[in-house]
Design a protein around this ligand. Structure first.
Ligand SMILES: Nc1ncnc2c1ncn2[C@@H]1O[C@H](COP(=O)(O)OP(=O)(O)O)[C@@H](O)[C@H]1O
Ligand SMILES: [Mg+2]
Length: 225
């Protein structure tokens, strides 16, 4: 069974009077435990594709299935808890909540899921990524690399079966960016979490199970370089 499947999904945006087609009947199947990289030039629709795959946005046509369940027409009330339980997200710009501490940011999705073990789980994750001593710090007090490690903990706290990371090193210098990619890969290996990563890093592309490239709204089998 596929963990995630897109069947001929299309998406257009209207810019002024003109519709621009960002995704044109894109089909993609992600297998459990797979490490998939999505590449493509800036503006090629990578973030749009992730938003559709993860149910954050809806396609204009086509279907999206999570473990054979068609989520395309699910009401937001049903979709939101499904997303929270199934997926973790890591974004280029971290998206941490500025008024919450590192520990509170990590606990947040678990508290939404009413998990009584939110705190010990968050503490264990922060320890795992070397941020235990920054638990009481606020995002503004963290370096870029530390913010992203915090965001990764938050993405993992509900034990997602699939982790989406959208250019997670885009705002980091090469050293902390390398450490973040290393960490994502280690976590993927340790927990068997399916990993869908948007990145331009060629080093990491060599380690992926599969690389696909978005071009002109279509998906092509990509190369590692
Ligand atoms: N909400 C939106 N409204 C209008 N155009 C959008 C919107 N979101 C994305 N786009 C356009 O869709 C195209 C793909 O964007 P995006 O998915 O962010 O690409 P990428 O992540 O590959 O850089 C771009 O031309 C972008 O301007
Ligand atoms: Mg993007």
């Amino acid at each position: 069974m596929a963990i995630l499947e897109a069947r001929a999904i299309s998406k257009s945006y209207r810019v002024g009077n003109r519709p621009i087609t960002v995704l044109d009947t894109v089909s993609l199947t992600v297998k459990p435990g797979e490490f998939l990289i999505i590449k493509g030039e800036s503006g090629s629709g990578k973030s749009t594709l992730l938003a559709l795959l993860s149910g954050l946005e809806r396609p204009d046509s086509g279907r999206v299935l999570i473990e054979d369940q068609d989520i395309t027409d699910l009401h937001e009330d049903e979709l939101a808890p499904l997303r929270n339980a199934t997926f973790g997200y890591v974004f280029q710009s971290f998206h941490l909540i500025p008024s919450l501490t590192t520990l509170e940011n990590v606990m947040f999705p678990a508290e939404l899921a009413a998990d009584p073990a939110a705190r010990p789980k968050a503490e264990a994750l922060l320890k795992r990524v070397g941020l235990a001593e920054r638990s009481a710090s606020f995002p503004r007090q963290l370096s870029g690399g530390e913010k992203q490690r915090c965001a990764i903990c938050r993405a993992l706290i509900n034990g997602p079966r699939l982790l989406f990371a959208d250019e997670p090193t885009g705002n980091l210098d090469s050293v902390s960016g390398g450490a973040v990619l290393e960490l994502l890969l280690e976590l993927h290996r340790e927990h068997g979490t399916t990993l869908v990563l948007v990145t331009h890093s060629q080093d990491i592309a060599r380690l992926a199970d599969r690389v696909v490239t978005l071009r002109d709204g279509r998906l092509a089998a990509g190369t590692a370089s």
